[in-house]
Write a protein that binds this ligand. Structure first.
Ligand code: ZN
Length: 312
């Protein structure tokens, strides 16, 4: 089989890989995500494809948001100016390659099931904690995509009707308290209240620049404020995971996204809080909560796996 190209279009960056049929990443390229509409996004995608330099390779794309079965990105709360955007056809025109597009977390799930943390599993919930929260479901060995390909938007259910505003416009969605963006907001609130010197230092001295990444940096340095903030955040994450586990009964939950790099600082408190919230914890086999093995490449690798479904 010839190598395929995978593009992962997120809120902050577009990551592209050239993937061999044994799962080896042969080449990798990245650019910042433009926020100026479809044409700019297609230009960025086409530049990455050109740099990956694989004539004739089929292209798979994972894009954050609601992607229909014809490769139109209908709605993307974290990609401003992308609405009803015919990404598949536009990218195929711009590159001359065959293109398939699906939701970014769905393709990340495909990546982890094929080459990562969920190889051999049949009941998998994948959760991406990033700009927003994305979800992927492997149910009984098959990807579940719903009636319109919009399934598994697990970030968008209400956990607190009086909670913060979500990127989609609703109040108190799980994403609004448990995404990487939410962790950054919690950190800035903490800084405004108690100072949080280590958090501000991690952000280069600018309190308004503190993000979830800086919480991770300060926590890794042993800062008590950052560590207790992570415990509070882990509680928010576990609330949603436990509810979803009650509904879906997965064998394992794979967590993807930049915060995975925190390792035990995040997974320890998440597992502990999950055990307190899942139904009948003493009467069910433990649910493995594990980091995505493909790391930040999960979406791009999975998108390249998706491309294999295109005619050669
Ligand atoms: Zn929402």
């Amino acid at each position: 089989m010839v190598p395929t190209i995978g593009l992962d279009i997120g809120g902050t960056k577009v990551l592209g890989v050239l993937l061999a049929d044994d799962g080896t990443v042969l080449r990798e390229e990245r650019l910042a995500s433009p926020h100026a509409g479809l044409d700019a996004l297609v230009d960025t995608g086409a530049s990455i494809v050109a740099r990956l330099d694989a004539a004739g390779a089929r292209i798979g794309v994972g894009a954050a948001g609601l992607v229909d079965r014809t490769g139109v990105v209908r709605y993307a709360p974290n990609l401003p100016n992308i609405r009803e955007a015919p990404l598949r056809d536009a990218l195929a025109d711009a590159t001359g390659h065959a293109v398939a597009v699906d939701n970014d977390a769905a393709v990340a799930t495909l990546g982890e099931v094929t080459y990562g943390a969920a190889v051999g599993r049949r009941h998998v919930l994948l959760v991406t904690l990033g700009t927003g929260i994305g979800g992927g479901l492997l149910l009984d060995g098959r990807m579940y995509r719903g009636a319109h390909n919009f399934g598994a938007e697990i970030g968008h259910f209400t956990v607190d009707p009086d909670g913060p505003l979500c990127a989609c416009g609703e109040r108190g969605h799980w994403e609004s308290i448990a995404s990487g963006t939410a962790l950054g907001r919690m950190a800035r609130e903490l800084v405004a209240k108690v100072g949080g010197g280590a958090l501000v230092a991690a952000a280069g001295g600018d309190p308004s620049a503190v993000t979830g990444t800086h919480v991770g940096i300060a926590a890794a340095r042993g800062d008590a404020d950052a560590r207790s903030l992570l415990v509070e955040y882990a509680e928010n994450v576990a609330l949603g995971l436990a509810g979803l586990a009650n509904i879906l009964d997965p064998e394992c939950i794979v967590i993807a996204g930049g915060l995975v790099e925190l390792g035990p600082l995040l997974f320890g408190p998440v597992r502990e809080a999950f055990g307190r919230h899942v139904e009948g914890v003493d009467y069910r086999p433990p649910v493995a909560i594990v980091p995505a093995q493909l790391g930040e490449r999960a979406g791009a690798v999975g998108a390249a796996v998706l491309a294999r479904s295109l005619p050669a």
